[in-house]
Write a protein that binds this ligand. Structure first.
Ligand SMILES: C[S@@+](CC[C@H](N)C(=O)[O-])C[C@H]1O[C@@H](n2cnc3c(N)ncnc32)[C@H](O)[C@@H]1O
Length: 251
């Protein structure tokens, strides 16, 4: 397949940035057969990052595989806010780590930390191990139960699933059909997993430690109420360019 043929195929499949994507696919493919297979996957709607096997996020290249949540540009706000609060020697946990993108991006800017990451999904855990080997330890399990021992966490990143169940059908097909719903679905108002993380946070955070989670603007009130109910002191940070909102809750 020539690059022009790839562009034509992608355009016919509705890819808006067909030229850019074609160039990436041609670069990533190891040969003609591999390229044809990758173009077919992309034309069927699989996220480009899963097809080429990586995403560039917050200054790091993150390895990806099919079925793993693709790190979103908006989550760069989470990384920025985490980095601001991370001192040398800090214990940082990336809970609900997916590919491990957030932890990886924080260690790139703050290398002198101890990093742990955890996720309930074995496919995500395997992917996070690809990204974090030599950088941090990765565990599998349900929220804090995945962590192997008590920790005094200074910075707790938790980009939990936070889409309200009723909004899942409204997501772009790329997410709805190619990312696991455990990575997206946060229950009735989208905050079920956040509430569980906030409820457990006082038992895991060091004094002065912070929990950082991405939320929607509509979730600001219930999320801050949940953080307060858990004994944490919440503030909210937004970035209009990134269209991102983060709750930062301090023990
Ligand atoms: C929105 S994705 C975020 C992934 C990654 N942190 C990122 O920003 O790219 C949410 C992740 O939470 C994981 N997850 C959902 N429920 C969980 C639970 N109860 N315990 C641990 N991980 C969970 C999913 O498997 C998914 O990888």
């Amino acid at each position: 397949m020539t690059e022009d043929e790839v562009v034509t195929t992608l355009r016919a499949a509705g890819c808006v940035f067909a030229e850019d994507e074609a160039a990436m696919l041609v670069k990533a493919a190891s040969g003609d057969a591999a390229l044809a297979a990758m173009v077919g996957r992309r034309a069927r709607g699989e996220p480009l990052e899963q097809v080429v096997g990586h995403a560039d996020f917050a200054g790091v290249r993150v390895r990806l595989r099919p079925g793993v949540f693709v790190p979103r540009v908006r989550s760069e706000l989470l990384v920025r806010e985490a980095v601001r609060r991370t001192a040398p020697g800090a214990v940082v946990v990336d809970l609900c780590c997916g590919s491990g993108a957030l932890g990886l991006a924080v260690t790139r800017q703050r290398p002198a930390i101890t990093l742990y990451a955890a996720d309930v999904d074995p496919v995500a855990v395997a992917c996070a191990r690809d990204n974090l080997t030599g950088v941090g330890e990765v565990f599998q399990g349900d929220l804090y139960a995945a962590l192997p021992r008590p920790l005094a966490i200074d910075v707790l990143l938790a980009n939990v699933p936070y889409v309200a169940t009723g909004h899942i059908p409204l997501l772009p097909a790329e997410a709805r059909d190619h990312e696991p719903h455990t990575a997206l679905d946060g229950g009735g108002d989208g905050l079920d997993v956040f509430r569980a993380v906030a409820a457990g946070a006082p038992g895991w955070l060091a004094p002065g430690g912070v929990l950082l989670s991405e939320i929607t603007r509509a979730q600001i009130e219930p999320a801050t109420a949940a953080a307060r109910a858990s004994g944490l002191r919440p503030e909210v940070v937004s970035d209009e360019d990134l269209e991102a909102t983060v709750i930062v809750a301090v023990r």
